[in-house]
Design a protein around this ligand. Structure first.
Ligand code: PEP
Ligand code: MG
Length: 540
Protein backbone atom coordinates (compact mmCIF):
# COMPACT_ATOMS: atom_id res chain seq x y z
CA UNK A 1 0.00 0.00 0.00
CA UNK A 2 1.34 3.47 -0.89
CA UNK A 3 0.11 6.42 1.23
CA UNK A 4 0.25 10.00 -0.06
CA UNK A 5 -0.41 12.88 2.32
CA UNK A 6 -1.34 16.06 0.49
CA UNK A 7 -3.97 18.81 0.37
CA UNK A 8 -7.69 18.08 0.18
CA UNK A 9 -9.69 20.72 -1.67
CA UNK A 10 -13.06 19.02 -1.94
CA UNK A 11 -14.38 16.70 0.74
CA UNK A 12 -15.77 13.21 0.47
CA UNK A 13 -14.37 9.73 -0.01
CA UNK A 14 -13.85 7.85 -3.25
CA UNK A 15 -12.88 4.23 -3.64
CA UNK A 16 -12.14 3.10 -7.18
CA UNK A 17 -9.73 2.47 -10.02
CA UNK A 18 -7.11 5.01 -10.94
CA UNK A 19 -7.06 6.53 -14.42
CA UNK A 20 -3.86 8.47 -15.03
CA UNK A 21 -4.51 11.19 -17.60
CA UNK A 22 -1.53 12.00 -19.70
CA UNK A 23 -1.97 15.76 -19.57
CA UNK A 24 1.69 16.64 -19.01
CA UNK A 25 3.98 16.92 -21.99
CA UNK A 26 6.41 14.05 -21.73
CA UNK A 27 9.55 13.60 -23.77
CA UNK A 28 9.08 11.26 -26.71
CA UNK A 29 12.02 8.97 -27.12
CA UNK A 30 13.74 8.72 -30.52
CA UNK A 31 14.64 5.15 -31.40
CA UNK A 32 16.41 3.82 -34.47
CA UNK A 33 14.40 1.06 -36.15
CA UNK A 34 15.55 -1.70 -38.49
CA UNK A 35 12.36 -2.38 -40.38
CA UNK A 36 10.60 0.80 -41.62
CA UNK A 37 7.80 -1.14 -43.34
CA UNK A 38 6.86 -2.79 -40.08
CA UNK A 39 6.95 0.58 -38.32
CA UNK A 40 4.74 2.19 -40.97
CA UNK A 41 2.32 -0.71 -40.53
CA UNK A 42 2.36 -0.13 -36.75
CA UNK A 43 1.53 3.53 -37.37
CA UNK A 44 -1.36 2.62 -39.72
CA UNK A 45 -2.84 0.23 -37.16
CA UNK A 46 -2.67 2.99 -34.54
CA UNK A 47 -4.30 5.38 -37.01
CA UNK A 48 -7.21 2.96 -37.47
CA UNK A 49 -7.60 2.49 -33.71
CA UNK A 50 -7.60 6.28 -33.23
CA UNK A 51 -10.32 6.63 -35.87
CA UNK A 52 -12.40 3.93 -34.15
CA UNK A 53 -12.02 5.72 -30.80
CA UNK A 54 -13.02 9.04 -32.34
CA UNK A 55 -16.02 7.47 -34.04
CA UNK A 56 -17.19 6.05 -30.71
CA UNK A 57 -16.57 9.39 -29.01
CA UNK A 58 -18.44 11.14 -31.80
CA UNK A 59 -21.53 8.96 -31.42
CA UNK A 60 -21.50 9.27 -27.63
CA UNK A 61 -21.15 13.06 -27.80
CA UNK A 62 -23.91 13.33 -30.39
CA UNK A 63 -26.23 11.28 -28.18
CA UNK A 64 -25.41 13.14 -24.97
CA UNK A 65 -24.68 16.70 -26.10
CA UNK A 66 -26.05 16.98 -29.62
CA UNK A 67 -24.71 16.88 -33.17
CA UNK A 68 -23.08 20.31 -32.94
CA UNK A 69 -20.68 19.23 -30.21
CA UNK A 70 -19.92 15.96 -32.02
CA UNK A 71 -18.61 17.67 -35.16
CA UNK A 72 -15.21 18.20 -33.59
CA UNK A 73 -14.61 14.45 -33.62
CA UNK A 74 -15.54 14.23 -37.31
CA UNK A 75 -12.96 16.92 -37.99
CA UNK A 76 -10.38 15.00 -35.96
CA UNK A 77 -11.00 11.85 -37.98
CA UNK A 78 -10.45 13.79 -41.20
CA UNK A 79 -7.23 15.26 -39.84
CA UNK A 80 -5.95 11.80 -38.94
CA UNK A 81 -6.31 10.84 -42.60
CA UNK A 82 -4.99 14.12 -43.99
CA UNK A 83 -2.54 13.16 -46.79
CA UNK A 84 0.08 15.80 -45.87
CA UNK A 85 0.05 14.78 -42.22
CA UNK A 86 0.25 11.06 -43.00
CA UNK A 87 2.92 11.55 -45.66
CA UNK A 88 5.09 13.55 -43.28
CA UNK A 89 4.91 10.81 -40.63
CA UNK A 90 5.56 7.96 -43.05
CA UNK A 91 8.44 9.82 -44.73
CA UNK A 92 10.11 10.37 -41.37
CA UNK A 93 9.76 6.70 -40.46
CA UNK A 94 11.06 5.45 -43.81
CA UNK A 95 13.62 8.17 -44.55
CA UNK A 96 15.13 8.62 -41.07
CA UNK A 97 14.43 5.11 -39.75
CA UNK A 98 12.86 6.44 -36.58
CA UNK A 99 10.08 5.02 -34.39
CA UNK A 100 6.46 5.95 -35.14
CA UNK A 101 5.95 7.86 -31.84
CA UNK A 102 8.86 10.13 -32.66
CA UNK A 103 7.66 10.66 -36.24
CA UNK A 104 4.14 11.57 -35.07
CA UNK A 105 5.48 13.94 -32.44
CA UNK A 106 7.88 15.71 -34.84
CA UNK A 107 5.12 16.09 -37.43
CA UNK A 108 2.72 17.41 -34.79
CA UNK A 109 5.21 20.02 -33.63
CA UNK A 110 5.94 21.12 -37.17
CA UNK A 111 2.27 21.34 -38.24
CA UNK A 112 1.17 23.01 -35.00
CA UNK A 113 3.91 25.65 -35.34
CA UNK A 114 2.76 26.30 -38.91
CA UNK A 115 -0.87 26.78 -37.82
CA UNK A 116 0.10 28.94 -34.85
CA UNK A 117 2.05 31.28 -37.13
CA UNK A 118 -1.02 31.95 -39.31
CA UNK A 119 -2.81 35.26 -39.20
CA UNK A 120 -6.25 33.80 -38.85
CA UNK A 121 -7.59 32.87 -35.40
CA UNK A 122 -9.57 29.92 -36.82
CA UNK A 123 -6.42 28.40 -38.32
CA UNK A 124 -4.44 29.15 -35.15
CA UNK A 125 -6.96 27.12 -33.17
CA UNK A 126 -6.30 24.13 -35.45
CA UNK A 127 -2.86 23.81 -33.83
CA UNK A 128 -4.58 22.46 -30.70
CA UNK A 129 -6.44 19.90 -32.84
CA UNK A 130 -3.24 18.63 -34.44
CA UNK A 131 -1.67 18.27 -30.98
CA UNK A 132 -4.78 16.51 -29.74
CA UNK A 133 -4.94 13.86 -32.50
CA UNK A 134 -1.18 13.32 -32.32
CA UNK A 135 -1.35 12.80 -28.56
CA UNK A 136 -4.06 10.22 -29.12
CA UNK A 137 -1.91 8.41 -31.71
CA UNK A 138 1.14 8.44 -29.43
CA UNK A 139 -0.89 7.06 -26.51
CA UNK A 140 -2.10 4.20 -28.70
CA UNK A 141 1.42 3.52 -29.99
CA UNK A 142 2.67 3.47 -26.40
CA UNK A 143 -0.05 0.97 -25.51
CA UNK A 144 -2.02 3.28 -23.22
CA UNK A 145 -5.80 3.44 -22.97
CA UNK A 146 -7.96 6.09 -24.65
CA UNK A 147 -6.49 9.55 -24.02
CA UNK A 148 -9.88 10.97 -23.06
CA UNK A 149 -10.83 8.10 -20.86
CA UNK A 150 -13.73 7.28 -23.16
CA UNK A 151 -13.08 3.54 -23.07
CA UNK A 152 -14.47 1.23 -20.46
CA UNK A 153 -17.69 1.53 -18.53
CA UNK A 154 -16.35 1.51 -15.01
CA UNK A 155 -16.08 4.74 -13.08
CA UNK A 156 -12.59 5.89 -12.09
CA UNK A 157 -10.57 8.36 -10.07
CA UNK A 158 -8.71 10.82 -12.29
CA UNK A 159 -5.01 11.27 -11.57
CA UNK A 160 -3.37 14.02 -13.62
CA UNK A 161 -0.53 16.49 -13.65
CA UNK A 162 -3.09 19.31 -13.71
CA UNK A 163 -6.37 19.87 -15.52
CA UNK A 164 -7.09 22.98 -17.52
CA UNK A 165 -10.75 24.08 -17.57
CA UNK A 166 -10.86 23.08 -21.26
CA UNK A 167 -9.80 19.55 -20.31
CA UNK A 168 -12.28 19.19 -17.49
CA UNK A 169 -15.16 20.03 -19.84
CA UNK A 170 -14.23 17.02 -22.00
CA UNK A 171 -14.50 14.56 -19.13
CA UNK A 172 -17.33 12.10 -18.96
CA UNK A 173 -18.64 13.33 -15.62
CA UNK A 174 -20.82 10.32 -15.02
CA UNK A 175 -17.69 8.16 -14.76
CA UNK A 176 -15.54 10.35 -12.51
CA UNK A 177 -15.34 9.44 -8.81
CA UNK A 178 -12.75 12.00 -7.74
CA UNK A 179 -9.67 14.00 -8.73
CA UNK A 180 -6.03 13.84 -7.66
CA UNK A 181 -3.58 16.26 -9.27
CA UNK A 182 0.16 16.82 -9.01
CA UNK A 183 -0.29 20.59 -9.29
CA UNK A 184 -3.28 22.86 -8.68
CA UNK A 185 -4.45 25.00 -5.80
CA UNK A 186 -7.61 25.20 -3.72
CA UNK A 187 -8.87 28.02 -5.94
CA UNK A 188 -7.98 26.32 -9.22
CA UNK A 189 -10.85 25.45 -11.49
CA UNK A 190 -10.35 21.70 -11.05
CA UNK A 191 -10.97 22.20 -7.32
CA UNK A 192 -14.02 24.34 -8.04
CA UNK A 193 -15.36 21.78 -10.51
CA UNK A 194 -14.88 18.97 -7.98
CA UNK A 195 -16.83 20.91 -5.36
CA UNK A 196 -19.61 21.66 -7.86
CA UNK A 197 -19.83 17.96 -8.69
CA UNK A 198 -19.64 16.99 -5.00
CA UNK A 199 -16.58 14.80 -5.62
CA UNK A 200 -13.48 14.47 -3.44
CA UNK A 201 -10.33 16.14 -4.76
CA UNK A 202 -6.71 16.30 -3.70
CA UNK A 203 -4.06 18.58 -5.15
CA UNK A 204 -0.29 18.96 -4.95
CA UNK A 205 0.79 15.31 -4.85
CA UNK A 206 3.75 16.39 -7.03
CA UNK A 207 6.24 13.58 -7.73
CA UNK A 208 3.95 10.97 -6.18
CA UNK A 209 2.00 11.01 -9.46
CA UNK A 210 3.09 7.81 -11.20
CA UNK A 211 1.71 6.66 -14.58
CA UNK A 212 2.40 3.07 -13.43
CA UNK A 213 -0.49 3.44 -10.96
CA UNK A 214 -2.99 3.45 -13.84
CA UNK A 215 -5.61 0.77 -13.24
CA UNK A 216 -4.73 0.22 -9.57
CA UNK A 217 -7.28 0.51 -6.76
CA UNK A 218 -7.17 3.71 -4.68
CA UNK A 219 -8.91 5.33 -1.75
CA UNK A 220 -9.13 9.13 -1.80
CA UNK A 221 -10.07 11.06 1.33
CA UNK A 222 -10.70 14.61 0.16
CA UNK A 223 -11.40 15.84 3.69
CA UNK A 224 -8.08 14.71 5.17
CA UNK A 225 -6.03 15.06 1.96
CA UNK A 226 -5.00 11.39 1.93
CA UNK A 227 -4.56 8.94 -0.94
CA UNK A 228 -4.00 5.21 -0.47
CA UNK A 229 -2.89 3.25 -3.52
CA UNK A 230 -3.50 -0.52 -3.41
CA UNK A 231 -4.93 -0.17 0.12
CA UNK A 232 -4.60 -3.10 2.50
CA UNK A 233 -7.75 -4.79 3.83
CA UNK A 234 -7.96 -2.90 7.18
CA UNK A 235 -7.60 0.48 5.39
CA UNK A 236 -10.21 -0.48 2.84
CA UNK A 237 -12.63 -1.59 5.57
CA UNK A 238 -12.01 1.62 7.56
CA UNK A 239 -12.71 3.79 4.52
CA UNK A 240 -15.79 1.87 3.47
CA UNK A 241 -17.18 2.67 6.92
CA UNK A 242 -16.07 6.34 6.73
CA UNK A 243 -17.66 6.68 3.30
CA UNK A 244 -20.95 5.40 4.66
CA UNK A 245 -20.72 7.80 7.62
CA UNK A 246 -20.05 10.71 5.25
CA UNK A 247 -23.00 9.75 3.07
CA UNK A 248 -25.22 9.43 6.14
CA UNK A 249 -24.28 12.99 7.15
CA UNK A 250 -25.16 14.21 3.65
CA UNK A 251 -28.53 12.51 3.98
CA UNK A 252 -29.09 14.17 7.37
CA UNK A 253 -28.37 17.54 5.82
CA UNK A 254 -31.26 16.91 3.44
CA UNK A 255 -33.54 17.63 6.38
CA UNK A 256 -32.44 21.25 6.22
CA UNK A 257 -34.07 21.65 2.83
CA UNK A 258 -36.82 24.22 2.91
CA UNK A 259 -35.65 25.57 6.27
CA UNK A 260 -34.69 29.25 6.46
CA UNK A 261 -31.03 30.26 6.48
CA UNK A 262 -30.99 32.31 9.66
CA UNK A 263 -29.26 32.42 13.00
CA UNK A 264 -31.05 31.79 16.30
CA UNK A 265 -31.28 35.58 16.65
CA UNK A 266 -32.98 35.92 13.31
CA UNK A 267 -30.08 37.27 11.22
CA UNK A 268 -30.77 36.13 7.65
CA UNK A 269 -28.24 35.40 4.92
CA UNK A 270 -29.21 34.61 1.35
CA UNK A 271 -27.59 31.31 0.43
CA UNK A 272 -26.95 31.00 -3.30
CA UNK A 273 -24.99 28.58 -5.47
CA UNK A 274 -22.28 28.89 -8.12
CA UNK A 275 -22.66 27.12 -11.47
CA UNK A 276 -20.74 26.78 -14.74
CA UNK A 277 -23.35 25.34 -17.07
CA UNK A 278 -27.15 24.93 -17.31
CA UNK A 279 -26.99 21.27 -16.30
CA UNK A 280 -25.62 22.33 -12.87
CA UNK A 281 -29.06 23.76 -12.02
CA UNK A 282 -30.19 20.24 -11.08
CA UNK A 283 -27.61 20.22 -8.27
CA UNK A 284 -28.61 23.78 -7.23
CA UNK A 285 -32.23 22.68 -6.81
CA UNK A 286 -31.32 19.36 -5.19
CA UNK A 287 -29.32 21.26 -2.57
CA UNK A 288 -32.05 23.85 -2.09
CA UNK A 289 -29.98 26.96 -2.91
CA UNK A 290 -32.05 30.13 -2.74
CA UNK A 291 -30.67 31.46 -6.01
CA UNK A 292 -27.62 31.42 -8.26
CA UNK A 293 -25.02 33.95 -7.12
CA UNK A 294 -22.51 33.22 -9.87
CA UNK A 295 -23.07 31.63 -13.26
CA UNK A 296 -19.59 31.47 -14.79
CA UNK A 297 -20.82 32.10 -18.34
CA UNK A 298 -17.35 31.63 -19.83
CA UNK A 299 -17.89 27.87 -19.59
CA UNK A 300 -20.31 28.21 -22.51
CA UNK A 301 -17.36 29.60 -24.47
CA UNK A 302 -14.91 26.99 -23.17
CA UNK A 303 -17.18 24.20 -24.31
CA UNK A 304 -17.59 25.59 -27.82
CA UNK A 305 -15.39 25.24 -30.85
CA UNK A 306 -16.15 28.78 -31.97
CA UNK A 307 -17.83 31.86 -30.52
CA UNK A 308 -21.19 30.69 -29.15
CA UNK A 309 -23.99 32.36 -31.06
CA UNK A 310 -26.57 34.72 -29.56
CA UNK A 311 -29.23 32.03 -30.00
CA UNK A 312 -27.16 29.33 -28.28
CA UNK A 313 -26.47 31.63 -25.32
CA UNK A 314 -30.06 32.86 -25.18
CA UNK A 315 -31.30 29.27 -24.88
CA UNK A 316 -28.78 28.51 -22.11
CA UNK A 317 -29.62 31.61 -20.02
CA UNK A 318 -33.35 31.16 -20.60
CA UNK A 319 -33.18 27.52 -19.49
CA UNK A 320 -31.43 28.48 -16.24
CA UNK A 321 -33.78 31.42 -15.58
CA UNK A 322 -36.88 29.32 -16.20
CA UNK A 323 -35.70 26.44 -14.04
CA UNK A 324 -34.93 28.84 -11.17
CA UNK A 325 -38.37 30.54 -11.40
CA UNK A 326 -38.53 33.60 -9.12
CA UNK A 327 -35.13 32.95 -7.61
CA UNK A 328 -32.34 35.33 -8.56
CA UNK A 329 -29.84 34.18 -11.21
CA UNK A 330 -26.67 36.30 -11.32
CA UNK A 331 -24.96 35.75 -14.65
CA UNK A 332 -21.38 36.90 -14.81
CA UNK A 333 -20.34 38.15 -18.20
CA UNK A 334 -17.52 36.40 -19.97
CA UNK A 335 -14.35 35.97 -17.87
CA UNK A 336 -12.00 34.51 -20.48
CA UNK A 337 -8.23 34.86 -20.24
CA UNK A 338 -5.72 33.97 -17.49
CA UNK A 339 -6.20 30.25 -16.77
CA UNK A 340 -9.34 30.07 -18.96
CA UNK A 341 -7.92 30.13 -22.48
CA UNK A 342 -10.00 29.57 -25.62
CA UNK A 343 -8.16 29.04 -28.90
CA UNK A 344 -10.65 30.76 -31.19
CA UNK A 345 -10.26 34.08 -29.32
CA UNK A 346 -6.77 34.19 -30.86
CA UNK A 347 -5.33 35.81 -27.74
CA UNK A 348 -1.63 36.54 -27.85
CA UNK A 349 0.75 34.70 -25.56
CA UNK A 350 1.31 36.67 -22.35
CA UNK A 351 4.07 36.22 -19.79
CA UNK A 352 1.66 37.13 -16.98
CA UNK A 353 -1.83 36.17 -18.17
CA UNK A 354 -3.45 36.71 -14.74
CA UNK A 355 -2.34 40.32 -15.01
CA UNK A 356 -3.19 40.51 -18.67
CA UNK A 357 -5.90 40.77 -21.21
CA UNK A 358 -8.86 39.04 -19.57
CA UNK A 359 -12.53 39.35 -18.62
CA UNK A 360 -14.00 42.87 -18.85
CA UNK A 361 -10.86 44.06 -20.65
CA UNK A 362 -11.68 41.80 -23.60
CA UNK A 363 -15.35 42.81 -23.49
CA UNK A 364 -14.63 46.54 -23.53
CA UNK A 365 -12.10 46.35 -26.35
CA UNK A 366 -13.96 43.78 -28.46
CA UNK A 367 -17.55 45.01 -28.03
CA UNK A 368 -18.69 42.89 -30.99
CA UNK A 369 -18.14 39.82 -28.75
CA UNK A 370 -19.61 41.47 -25.63
CA UNK A 371 -22.74 42.64 -27.43
CA UNK A 372 -23.69 39.12 -28.54
CA UNK A 373 -23.65 38.01 -24.91
CA UNK A 374 -25.56 41.08 -23.68
CA UNK A 375 -28.24 40.61 -26.34
CA UNK A 376 -28.68 36.99 -25.25
CA UNK A 377 -28.80 37.98 -21.56
CA UNK A 378 -31.33 40.76 -22.08
CA UNK A 379 -33.56 38.59 -24.25
CA UNK A 380 -33.46 35.83 -21.61
CA UNK A 381 -34.17 38.34 -18.81
CA UNK A 382 -37.94 38.18 -19.41
CA UNK A 383 -38.00 34.46 -18.58
CA UNK A 384 -36.97 34.75 -14.95
CA UNK A 385 -35.06 36.85 -12.47
CA UNK A 386 -31.70 37.51 -14.14
CA UNK A 387 -29.04 40.00 -12.99
CA UNK A 388 -25.84 40.85 -14.84
CA UNK A 389 -22.47 40.85 -13.08
CA UNK A 390 -19.26 42.35 -14.50
CA UNK A 391 -15.93 40.67 -13.60
CA UNK A 392 -12.46 42.12 -12.88
CA UNK A 393 -13.59 45.72 -12.47
CA UNK A 394 -10.83 48.13 -11.44
CA UNK A 395 -12.42 51.55 -12.04
CA UNK A 396 -15.65 53.53 -12.27
CA UNK A 397 -14.81 54.27 -15.91
CA UNK A 398 -14.99 50.55 -16.78
CA UNK A 399 -18.48 50.38 -15.24
CA UNK A 400 -19.55 53.44 -17.24
CA UNK A 401 -18.15 51.95 -20.45
CA UNK A 402 -19.80 48.57 -19.88
CA UNK A 403 -23.12 50.21 -19.05
CA UNK A 404 -22.92 52.36 -22.19
CA UNK A 405 -22.55 49.19 -24.27
CA UNK A 406 -25.44 47.62 -22.35
CA UNK A 407 -27.64 50.66 -23.09
CA UNK A 408 -26.78 50.53 -26.79
CA UNK A 409 -27.78 46.85 -26.85
CA UNK A 410 -31.07 47.68 -25.10
CA UNK A 411 -31.72 50.31 -27.79
CA UNK A 412 -31.07 47.76 -30.52
CA UNK A 413 -33.48 45.25 -28.98
CA UNK A 414 -36.18 47.90 -28.46
CA UNK A 415 -35.84 48.88 -32.12
CA UNK A 416 -36.36 45.21 -33.02
CA UNK A 417 -39.38 44.97 -30.69
CA UNK A 418 -37.68 42.27 -28.66
CA UNK A 419 -38.90 42.14 -25.04
CA UNK A 420 -36.39 42.67 -22.22
CA UNK A 421 -36.35 43.47 -18.53
CA UNK A 422 -35.80 47.25 -18.59
CA UNK A 423 -34.79 47.26 -14.93
CA UNK A 424 -32.32 44.42 -15.04
CA UNK A 425 -29.89 44.78 -12.14
CA UNK A 426 -26.21 45.26 -12.87
CA UNK A 427 -23.61 44.40 -10.25
CA UNK A 428 -19.88 43.95 -10.18
CA UNK A 429 -17.40 41.51 -8.82
CA UNK A 430 -15.02 42.92 -6.27
CA UNK A 431 -11.89 40.95 -7.00
CA UNK A 432 -9.16 43.53 -7.47
CA UNK A 433 -7.61 45.70 -4.72
CA UNK A 434 -8.47 48.76 -6.85
CA UNK A 435 -12.18 47.95 -6.64
CA UNK A 436 -11.93 47.63 -2.85
CA UNK A 437 -10.33 51.04 -2.55
CA UNK A 438 -12.92 52.54 -4.89
CA UNK A 439 -15.83 50.65 -3.27
CA UNK A 440 -17.77 53.80 -2.29
CA UNK A 441 -17.59 55.32 -5.76
CA UNK A 442 -18.43 51.97 -7.40
CA UNK A 443 -21.35 51.31 -5.03
CA UNK A 444 -22.93 54.53 -6.24
CA UNK A 445 -22.98 53.12 -9.78
CA UNK A 446 -24.25 49.55 -9.40
CA UNK A 447 -27.00 47.43 -7.81
CA UNK A 448 -24.86 44.92 -5.91
CA UNK A 449 -21.36 43.73 -5.08
CA UNK A 450 -20.13 40.16 -5.06
CA UNK A 451 -16.66 39.62 -3.66
CA UNK A 452 -14.51 37.21 -5.67
CA UNK A 453 -12.14 36.11 -2.95
CA UNK A 454 -10.24 33.75 -5.26
CA UNK A 455 -8.85 36.54 -7.39
CA UNK A 456 -8.93 39.12 -4.61
CA UNK A 457 -6.57 36.89 -2.60
CA UNK A 458 -4.36 36.35 -5.63
CA UNK A 459 -4.05 40.05 -6.44
CA UNK A 460 -3.83 41.32 -2.85
CA UNK A 461 -1.28 38.83 -1.53
CA UNK A 462 0.59 38.65 -4.87
CA UNK A 463 0.10 34.86 -4.88
CA UNK A 464 -0.69 33.14 -8.18
CA UNK A 465 -3.86 31.11 -7.51
CA UNK A 466 -2.52 28.29 -9.70
CA UNK A 467 0.77 27.96 -7.84
CA UNK A 468 0.72 25.11 -5.30
CA UNK A 469 4.08 26.07 -3.76
CA UNK A 470 3.13 29.25 -1.96
CA UNK A 471 1.80 27.51 1.14
CA UNK A 472 1.27 29.86 4.07
CA UNK A 473 1.90 32.93 1.90
CA UNK A 474 -1.36 32.32 0.03
CA UNK A 475 -3.24 32.64 3.33
CA UNK A 476 -6.93 32.80 2.49
CA UNK A 477 -7.60 33.88 6.10
CA UNK A 478 -5.21 36.80 5.84
CA UNK A 479 -6.40 39.76 7.94
CA UNK A 480 -5.85 41.89 4.83
CA UNK A 481 -8.56 39.97 2.98
CA UNK A 482 -10.96 39.91 5.92
CA UNK A 483 -10.56 43.66 6.41
CA UNK A 484 -11.22 44.21 2.70
CA UNK A 485 -14.43 42.17 2.94
CA UNK A 486 -15.57 44.38 5.83
CA UNK A 487 -14.61 47.60 4.02
CA UNK A 488 -16.50 46.57 0.89
CA UNK A 489 -19.61 45.41 2.77
CA UNK A 490 -19.77 48.67 4.72
CA UNK A 491 -19.37 50.72 1.54
CA UNK A 492 -22.19 48.74 -0.11
CA UNK A 493 -24.49 49.30 2.84
CA UNK A 494 -23.72 53.04 2.95
CA UNK A 495 -25.08 53.18 -0.59
CA UNK A 496 -28.07 50.92 0.04
CA UNK A 497 -26.93 47.97 -2.07
CA UNK A 498 -26.36 44.33 -1.11
CA UNK A 499 -23.01 42.66 -0.82
CA UNK A 500 -22.11 38.97 -1.01
CA UNK A 501 -19.18 36.64 -1.53
CA UNK A 502 -19.01 34.27 -4.51
CA UNK A 503 -15.38 33.20 -4.10
CA UNK A 504 -14.52 29.91 -2.46
CA UNK A 505 -13.99 31.57 0.94
CA UNK A 506 -17.76 31.93 1.31
CA UNK A 507 -18.04 28.19 2.03
CA UNK A 508 -15.32 28.19 4.69
CA UNK A 509 -17.26 27.22 7.82
CA UNK A 510 -14.53 28.50 10.12
CA UNK A 511 -15.30 32.01 8.85
CA UNK A 512 -19.10 31.85 8.90
CA UNK A 513 -19.30 33.61 12.26
CA UNK A 514 -17.01 36.39 11.03
CA UNK A 515 -19.08 36.84 7.86
CA UNK A 516 -22.22 37.13 9.98
CA UNK A 517 -20.51 39.77 12.13
CA UNK A 518 -19.46 41.70 9.06
CA UNK A 519 -23.07 41.65 7.93
CA UNK A 520 -22.71 40.07 4.49
CA UNK A 521 -26.10 39.77 2.81
CA UNK A 522 -25.39 36.78 0.62
CA UNK A 523 -23.01 33.84 0.29
CA UNK A 524 -22.76 31.98 -3.01
CA UNK A 525 -21.03 28.62 -2.82
CA UNK A 526 -20.74 25.31 -4.67
CA UNK A 527 -24.13 23.58 -4.67
CA UNK A 528 -22.87 20.82 -2.37
CA UNK A 529 -21.70 23.41 0.19
CA UNK A 530 -25.16 24.98 0.55
CA UNK A 531 -26.62 22.64 3.16
CA UNK A 532 -23.47 22.38 5.34
CA UNK A 533 -23.38 26.19 5.36
CA UNK A 534 -27.07 26.43 6.25
CA UNK A 535 -26.44 24.02 9.11
CA UNK A 536 -23.57 26.21 10.35
CA UNK A 537 -25.58 29.45 10.15
CA UNK A 538 -28.56 27.92 11.97
CA UNK A 539 -26.22 26.83 14.80
CA UNK A 540 -25.26 30.48 15.49
C1 PEP B 1 -13.25 34.75 -7.76
O1 PEP B 1 -12.28 35.23 -8.33
O2 PEP B 1 -13.34 34.66 -6.51
C2 PEP B 1 -14.39 34.23 -8.54
C3 PEP B 1 -15.50 33.86 -7.95
O3 PEP B 1 -14.24 34.11 -9.89
P1 PEP B 1 -13.37 32.94 -10.61
O4 PEP B 1 -13.01 31.94 -9.55
O5 PEP B 1 -14.20 32.37 -11.68
O6 PEP B 1 -12.20 33.71 -11.12
MG1 MG C 1 -12.39 35.73 -10.42
Amino acid sequence: MKTINSTGVSSGIAIGTIKVLDTAEHAIERRAIDNPEEEVARFRTAQNTACDQLKALRDKTAAELGEGKAELFDAHQLMLRDPDYVESIEDLISGNKVNAEFAVNSTAEQFAAMFEAMDNSYMQARAADIKDISKRLISILEGKSDANGANGDNPYIIFAEDLAPSETVQLDRSKVLGFVTAKGSSNSHTAILARTMGLPAIIGIADALDPQDDGKLAVVDGTAGLVFIEPDEPTLAEYRAKKKQYEDHLRLLQELKGKPTETSEGQKVRLYANIGRPSDVASVLANDAEGIGLFRSEFLYLESEDFPTEEFQFEAYKEVAQKMGDRLVVIRTLDIGADKQVGYFGLEHEDNPALGYRAIRICLTRPEIFKVQLRALLRASVYGNIAIMLPMITSVQEVHDAKAILESVKDELRAEDKPLNENIEVGIMIETPASVIMADELAAEVDFFSIGTNDLTQYTLACDRQNPNLGRFADTHSPAILRMIRTVTEAAHRHGIWCGICGELGADLTLTEEFLNIGLDELSVSPTSVLPLREEIRKR
